[in-house]
Design a protein around this ligand. Structure first.
Ligand code: TK8
Length: 327
């Protein structure tokens, strides 16, 4: 009998030691298609740190970079279906899902980063994200991919005439394809994850991306010539499934949004230096980096005006007015 009593009291003590309020951990899968060396990935690491800390471990963030869970298009679809909790994708690759993203394919839309951030974080940029909710995509903000430059393995490119015969990889987006066709190149749409091999094997002669990506994805190793066209400012849209989002409590939504805002601010604080370091390293590698004269750049600007009607056809009138008519 004594033994039984001892056993019962031991069980009571053990039960008291187990916390009765074990916090249910929610794991958030966060994915993107870029290299993990880019500032955007560092921004998502910051998001992970802040959210896990502020939620006392209620949220656990697991990051998947390098197109591990797919390229931008697959990632956006997975977010829409709620299979991936948060994705960070170039708006050009996500435009087939939220047509208002096509507005960011307007060449030379922004003067500089200050202009870009003011529009992205202001009513116009937020309206684009809000409209994505109509296709079950909740926008959490924009990180920076950056101003895009042109690279190729053949020659120095200074004017559109130099693009004749150049097989150029473009993002999978009809406006981008039309713009490079209008400039005289031979455009080939391709997912980002296949691009390095295509450049290495000369399936394509060139591509266009911000200097930081040209460096961190090692394109510069197989692209001797770089022309600083700065022809488009690419945002990364941070997207979640609206359905999943509405399943979180108001407190959880506030924690996620706050962590993402701090992460965006952090990412933007490191991109300038990161981009400069990338350009310096590419120059030190012996690549030819070409800055265009105003007259040369004017030729690019003139040729791409032809895509504006295609953009107007695709985006909502509200967005076209906010971005183009009101500028
Ligand atoms: C990375 C892409 C990349 C984009 C592209 O997933 O496809 O060229 O600029 O950053 O989003």
């Amino acid at each position: 009998m004594v033994k039984f009593k001892f056993l019962t009291s031991a069980l009571v003590v053990a039960a008291m030691l187990v916390p009765s309020f074990a916090v249910a951990k929610t794991t958030l899968k966060v994915a993107h298609g870029a290299a993990e060396s880019v500032p955007m990935h560092a921004g998502l690491v910051k998001f992970k740190e802040i959210l896990e800390k502020n939620s006392n471990g209620e949220f656990e963030v697991v990051l998947y970079g390098n197109s591990q869970l797919g390229a931008d298009r697959e990632l956006t679809e997975a977010a829409q279906l709620g299979n991936i909790d948060i994705v960070c994708v170039s708006t050009a690759n996500a435009a087939p899902f939220n047509k208002d993203f096509f507005i960011f394919d307007t060449p030379f839309l922004f003067k500089d980063r200050t202009d870009a951030y003011a529009v992205l974080d202001g009513p116009a940029g937020q309206a684009v994200l809000k409209n994505g909710e109509g296709v079950n995509l909740k926008g959490l903000g924009y990180m920076e991919n950056g101003f895009r430059d042109l690279t190729n393995s053949d020659k120095e490119i200074r004017t559109p005439a130099d693009l004749a015969g150049i097989k150029l990889r473009t993002m999978e987006n009809p406006i981008q394809i039309a713009a490079w066709k209008a400039l005289g190149a031979n455009p080939t749409p391709m997912a980002f994850g296949e691009l390095f091999t295509a450049l290495q094997q000369k399936t394509v002669d060139g591509q266009e991306n911000p200097m930081e990506l040209i460096y961190s994805t090692k394109f510069f190793e197989v692209q001797p010539f770089i022309t600083k066209t700065q022809h488009i400012y690419s945002p990364y849209a941070i997207l979640a499934s609206l359905e999943s989002w509405e399943g979180y409590s108001k407190e959880e939504q506030a924690m996620i949004q706050d962590a993402m805002k701090q992460a965006i601010d952090y990412q933007r604080s490191i991109v300038v230096e990161s981009s400069k370091k990338a350009e310096d390293a590419i120059k030190a590698n012996g690549n030819t980096i070409i800055s265009l004269t105003d007259a040369e750049l004017a030729q690019f600007k003139e040729k791409v005006k032809s895509v504006l009607p295609m953009i107007k056809e695709r985006v909502s009138p509200e967005i076209y007015s906010l971005f183009i008519e009101k500028k």
